[in-house]
Design a protein. Structure first.
Length: 64
């Protein structure tokens, strides 16, 4: 799954740790999501969208 997480995080000048703290996950989880090695759970995707004040679809795109 492709995502815009790194771009959105950089626009706010947040580190991976900053984002992880805001989402209640580990920095390693943020890194894995950004690099496409891990797809977030639906609750985490919703938390992420709320944090960035956008939709899930604006952050995460299916590669199919």
């Amino acid at each position: 799954m492709r995502n815009r997480l790194k771009v959105l995080r950089a626009e706010r000048d947040w580190s991976q740790q900053d984002l992880a703290d805001r989402l209640g996950v580990s920095r390693q989880s943020v890194n894995a999501i950004e690099t496409g090695k891990y797809d977030p759970s639906l609750p985490l995707a919703f938390r992420t969208a709320r944090l960035f004040e956008t939709t899930i679809e604006a952050i995460f795109q299916d590669e199919a």
